[in-house]
Design a binder for this molecule. Sequence first.
Ligand SMILES: O=P(O)(O)OC[C@H]1O[C@H](O[C@H]2O[C@H](CO)[C@@H](O)[C@H](O)[C@H]2O)[C@H](O)[C@@H](O)[C@@H]1O
Length: 907
Amino acid sequence: MTVFICSLFLPKTVQFNLPGNSRRRHTLSKRQKAFEPPKPPPVVSTVDVQPSLFTPRPDITPPHTPVDEPTSPDPFANEDGFRIHFPHSDNSPADKGSKSWGGRADQPKSRASTPPPADIFESSRTLQKATEMGRRGIVKPRSLIRSESHDKVFASASWRVVNADQGNGGLRNAAMAAARDGKLSDYTWVGTLGMPTDALEGTQQKQDIEDTLATEHDMLAVFCSDKDFDGHYSHFCKQMLWPVFHYQIPDNPKSKAYEDHSWKYYVKVNQAFADKIVQNWKRGDVIWIHDYHLLLVPGMIRKKLPEAKIGFFLHVAFPSSEVFRCLAVRKELLEGMLGANLIGFQIQEYTRHFLLTCSRILTVEATPEGLQLEDRFVEVVHNAIGIDPVSLNKHREETEVKKWLAVMQERYQGKRLIVARDKLDHVRGVRQKLLAYELFLNKNPEWRENTVLIQVALSSGEPTELDAAVSDIVTRVNSSWANLAYQPVVYLKQDIDYAQYLALLSIADALMITSQREGMNLTSHEYLFCQDGKIFPDKKHGSLILSEFTGTSSLFGKNELSVNPWDYRQCADAIKQALEMSEEEKTRRWEKLYQCVVHQTGSHWFTEFLSHLDRSYEEQHKRDQTYVPRLSMSSVSAQYANAQRRLFILDYEGTLVSWGPVNQIIPVSPQRTLDVLNDLLLDERNTVYVMSGRRPEELDRVFRRVPNLGLIAENGCFLKDCGKEEWVEMADASQITNWKESVKPIMQYYLERTPGTQIEERRCSLLFHYNNAEDYESASRQASDCASHVNDACESQRVHALAVDGAILVEPLDWTKCTAAQRVFEQLGEHMNSDQAHEQPVDFLMVVGDGREDEKVFKWANSLGSQKQIKDVITVSLGSRNTEAAATLTQGVSGVLNCLQRLASSS
Ligand SMILES: O=P(O)(O)OC[C@H]1O[C@H](O[C@H]2O[C@H](CO)[C@@H](O)[C@H](O)[C@H]2O)[C@H](O)[C@@H](O)[C@@H]1O
């Protein structure tokens, strides 16, 4: 059994040995090995230990990563000297420092030429000005003109597999930790190489790379064209999904964000992943798909492999439904995710948002455990990722870390250090942090000259206005308070290596995270771990200032200094509090935080999700694979013959008669149905109830020729007992009146905007019919919005809006067919006299139905059977859908009527 771990980027990529890069050591491709004499193994081989959220590079001395900088001019620079640069591709994970996709000198250049929205480029004047001021600015990416020399170089260059500097470090570490802990044995990564690959198309080189990754690294490389990847990642992911998932709806008037120009690339890349997995999947394998880049993959796989065990985990935040619904392709994205058996989020808030979003946008039934689809249940859980303390512990013992600790100790003698390392994009709130720090220094002169903020900012390719704004604040603070011996802000607009990072976390007095939104924040976990004083006893138990908008914050129980990053005053006060806090309080807070970090580890997260996936798959498949036998007429006839008090609860439409249009009153039932019911009722040992969503008066009309028939109307809100003239209203009338008052104006609003729709008022329910609308497509969208609106606005009133055929039905949650059936059963017990006290009120119960509403009745009836409250319980579902019923009938309405007729005739 293989676990496929699918994320956009593989943990490995390849690095080419190009002219001018001869100082690097290389692993030769298999083909090259055949022609060249063997060489000693490279000193710097693939680093197999993944120590932290980013990879240590033993061959690199801080602060730069020399392998990324060519020693000779870049042979593939465009004529004007610009290296191809993708402003919106992310350089690396927030917790790793890396070069952007298509931006490395030792990898092929992209041929993508899809133009990103105009507003992300600076005008040439702005660019010129930025250049004059020494800033780089954002340059329009230029696609590489097809060049044979470019292709040839890459087709023949030697290459080696190296750790990728893109991708989700937290996920990688968690997988490696789970494997190390013996909880994950056979696994295969599925992902892209994180570099343009058009130049390799059709070459043996590409095949060799693919083979090497597969055979030596258990990695399946997904290849897509540079154009598709660029459209997918730099555009749809980074300009649409990333901002929206972090509550930043693109609203620049010039933005093309709302046009779906990049959607097709998103679909293509997702399809390439799905195809790769489908090709390699074997029965019993597990597929685990990660993050917002691959939302469609579960649904795409499910189409091809209905039996597959598929998990999906979203690493980033999931926004409120009000934000998510702004996405034009909201339905497609949700439906894609729902291909999974289990969907995981970091924290409960995101789970709640997702459930509500699905219920509003897809009008599916949401329960606290997940989503009930027509044919499947999708479980939805929250389970926060964590770090790997074991490898972190190992790596912080390294000499390099100690060296950096010594350097910093000397450099910042007597200073209090507030540290941070963030991706420089709007979401991470670096600007807000600097403003808060400025305010802190302005308000607290006693802390000037002895407090330093060290901010490491990883380039993200975001608009330069942010770069400029941040640099301006840094300059302002430094020019206000710096002197020859003191600089209040140390701003590194570059990444630092792993040893420096660990030293920084260990020596800090406080870590300050001011993200405006963030799925988790594993930097804060690593910081807390490093603050145990083991490698730097002089400083320990430092404070954590953490934005309340990070997933991490909801785990930490306010033992951190929780801040709203938009409240500068509060953030400034938090800095002061962090620095002035007593040792006792710091220790008390740190101990609690530390416990969270070491208990909720990456390894634990990884294995917990996979075992949950096993459980939920088994649960779902027990039902699917439980063979629901066809109803055995001979055994049901024998049970019927032996019974003295029989109760029949029969669904009406779809069971006793074919479905009719819900917006039309059915004048009469087919004679055959009425005859069968009358025949059953001829035997006084039989009690028969028909249940329906129809109104009481409709059922009265339909069954006026079946005396002694019991009726359940409006899906359980009304009950009319056998032989009675009066209907009993089961539901609370005042509650119904109240919610109707809230729902009617909402329906009216949609009615006025959707020609051809109708509102039908039933006693306990309301329907919005759009079957006869002039424009059916647009009406069904309006209807779905109407349902969302109702579900949202009336959540507290115990009603829900459901999609039924051509209509939206709003009905109470507390009165159902099942509650009515229960009432019928209880009443029969109440009517037993004292002589019958030892007997069962019913010794034969038969429930027949065809819809979702009937499933609850099957379940209740089966439980009476298993508790031996009723001797013989027969539950029968029509068709081949998943069901709680113990038997099926496949010949539809006529099969049901035949069966009932045979029982009646056998009396
Ligand atoms: O920038 P991308 O390549 O699109 O990837 C998105 C981010 O993925 C990772 O962060 C996310 O997962 C982390 C671990 O679950 C979580 O802590 C974080 O909040 C999520 O955003 C990666 O660590 C980031 O660098 C990427 O930017």
